[in-house]
Every structure is written in structure tokens, then in C-alpha cells.
Design a protein around this ligand. Structure first.
Ligand code: AMP
Ligand code: MN
Ligand code: MN
Ligand code: MN
Length: 294
């Protein structure tokens, strides 16, 4: 059985482990096909692929692109693209470009409710200063005792209607799908149960996504319940989308779902990796990993 985990984050975005540590952890947790999917950034891809190859783990390139759709943020995972594609890389530079300004506004907002120094505090947690994210603010606010854990931070701050939330315009759905496709990859709607769309809005999301050439949907993810996985099994079949599987692992301390520790995809679905066979970087067989004596 292939244990595919095609969604997780490193220090290059808002995870706490390096690409090398994640590769090791994925391997030790039984993952056999892995993708690192940092937010809006492919700076960890070469390291992840090299680390995977060195320990006998098959690898697909990955990314999670932030998109604005009907006044909500939707995440689109890209898999199996060519990292060196110039238009794709330029698109990511553009979409992450507003993060620093947004972070300053978040910090100003938090200062108004008495939480000082949040920008500088969050920046300390950002392994990549181009990718300062709400997660880094959440870590700072746990460290300083504002909240007991990052879940509480998101519940009380940083989400719509709460202090510290700043509306932001990300890429469009069409742009994100096109960047991924033009770079030879496949686009996947990430954790669809997490959005707060009406039935009509969700129908529009999947209809437009499919129309732009999107190919997959995350059915089994760390952020879906068993019932939600069944709901999106039906959506995958209705829209003729392949299915993906990924933990969305960010950190040993914070994440509720471990790498590779997920139910199998329902048997009636087409796993997206079966459509990406020629894109998988096959690790050398274990025997080939043994150093040859000089
Ligand atoms: P950003 O891209 O800066 O808007 O940050 C989004 C990230 O914040 C997500 O990828 C998650 O890692 C984290 N996040 C968002 N909402 C929540 C939540 N309700 N609870 C915990 N983490 C969250
Ligand atoms: Mn994240
Ligand atoms: Mn996401
Ligand atoms: Mn994610």
C-alpha cells in the first residue's frame, strides 16, 4: 500500500521542522510518497527532494497557494510541477509579496487591544521573513502568555471579526490553477471542509476550479473528520476530480495529525498520485543507498 502524505509545512513557511527533519520524520512514520507543501513558496523543494532521495522516500514537488475566492481565503495545493518554471515562481513572489505589510497592520490592530510588539515577536518565529504568517503571530502570543495554545489564539484573535484579523487579497483561483498547470503540475483544492461557503458558493468553487483545469480535491486530510471525508468523496465523484491525502503537519507540538497517520482514501476514488506517476522522483532502491566500498 502507498502511504502518501502530500501536505505539510517546513520552516520555509509556517512549520517548525526543516525539510530534512520532515523527510526523516515522514520516513519513520511509514510515509512512502511525500510532498512538502509550504505556503506560497518553493524555497524548500530542492532540500526536501534531496533529503527524500537520500533516505529512500519517493517525492513529489509541492506548494500550497493562498487564493481569494468569494471573500474567503481558499488554499490550492500544487503537486508535481517543475520548480524552475519562471512564471510559476514569479506568481508566488507576487502572491506572498503583501505579507509584510499585512503583518504590520495585524500588529497595529493587536496593539489597539493591548498586545504590543507583535510584529517583531512574530518575526522571530519566521524562518523565512518573506513568509510571515498568522501562525508566527500565534506562536508569539502563546510564548507571551496571551493564550494557552495556538488554537485559542485563532479562536480569539487573527480570524475574521476578531482583533488582529486583516483582510488580504491573495491570488485569484484562475491564476493559482494556471501557474500550477503551466508548470506541468496538478492543482488540488485543500481541506475544503474548512471554508465557510454556502452550498451555492461551494458549488461555484468546484465548478470554476474544474473549469480552469483543476484536477483534485483533498478528501482525507488532518483537518477533516471522517464525516467530512465522506462528504468530499461525493464531491470528488460529482465533479470528476482525483483525490489527495495529506496530514497538513506543521509541528510536533502543535499538530493534531502526525505525518502519514491518516485513513486510506476511499476505494472508489482515483488517487491523484496515480495521475502523476511520471512526476514522482523515485528514490533509489535501499541497496543503492549503501555506500560502495572504496
Ligand atoms: P496565513 O497564510 O498567514 O493567513 O496563515 C494561515 C495559517 O494559519 C494556516 O495555514 C494554518 O497553519 C494556520 N491557521 C489558520 N486558521 C487556523 C485555526 N483556526 N487554528 C489553527 N491554525 C490556523
Ligand atoms: Mn499553515
Ligand atoms: Mn491550508
Ligand atoms: Mn497547509
Amino acid at each position: 500500500m502507498i502511504n502518501a502524505d502530500l501536505h505539510c509545512h517546513s520552516v520555509i513557511s509556517d512549520g517548525t521542522l526543516t525539510p530534512e527533519e520532515l523527510a526523516q520524520r515522514a520516513k519513520s512514520k511509514g510515509v512512502t510518497l511525500w510532498a512538502l507543501t509550504d505556503h506560497d513558496e518553493v524555497g524548500g523543494q530542492a532540500r526536501a527532494a534531496a533529503a527524500a532521495a537520500a533516505i529512500g522516500l519517493d517525492y513529489l514537488t509541492g506548494v500550497e497557494i493562498s487564493v481569494s475566492f468569494l471573500n474567503q481565503t481558499v488554499h490550492i495545493v500544487g503537486l508535481g510541477f517543475d520548480v524552475s518554471n519562471a512564471a510559476f515562481r514569479q506568481g508566488l513572489v507576487q502572491t506572498r509579496g503583501g505579507r509584510a505589510q499585512r503583518a504590520r497592520e495585524m500588529s497595529d490592530d493587536l496593539a489597539r487591544v493591548g498586545i504590543k510588539g507583535a510584529f517583531e515577536g512574530a518575526l522571530k518565529y519566521a524562518g523565512n521573513h518573506d513568509l510571515i504568517s498568522r501562525t508566527h503571530f500565534a506562536r508569539f502570543m502563546v510564548e507571551t502568555g496571551v493564550c494557552k495554545d495556538t488554537y485559542e489564539v485563532f479562536r480569539k484573535y487573527l480570524t475574521e471579526g476578531k482583533p488582529g484579523y486583516v483582510v488580504h487579497r491573495w491570488a485569484t483561483l484562475k491564476e493559482a490553477v494556471n501557474w500550477i498547470r503551466d508548470a506541468g503540475g496538478m492543482a488540488v483544492v485543500a481541506h475544503p471542509a474548512r471554508y465557510k461557503f454556502s452550498a451555492n458558493e461551494e458549488f461555484a468553487l468546484f465548478t470554476e476550479f474544474k473549469g480552469f483545469g483543476g484536477q483534485g480535491v483533498e478528501v482525507v486530510t488532518g483537518s477533516h473528520s471522517a464525516a467530512e471525508a465522506i462528504t468530499y468523496t461525493d464531491v470528488a465523484l460529482e465533479f470528476g476530480l482525483a483525490a489527495s491525502r495529506g496530514s497538513d503537519f506543521h509541528s510536533p507540538e502543535e499538530s493534531r495529525t502526525e505525518l502519514g497517520d491518516l485513513p486510506a482514501l476511499p476505494a472508489q476514488l482515483t488517487p491523484i498520485w496515480t495521475l502523476l506517476q511520471d512526476r514522482i522522483r523515485r528514490a533509489p532502491a535501499p541497496a543503492d543507498l549503501t555506500p560502495t566500498p572504496a
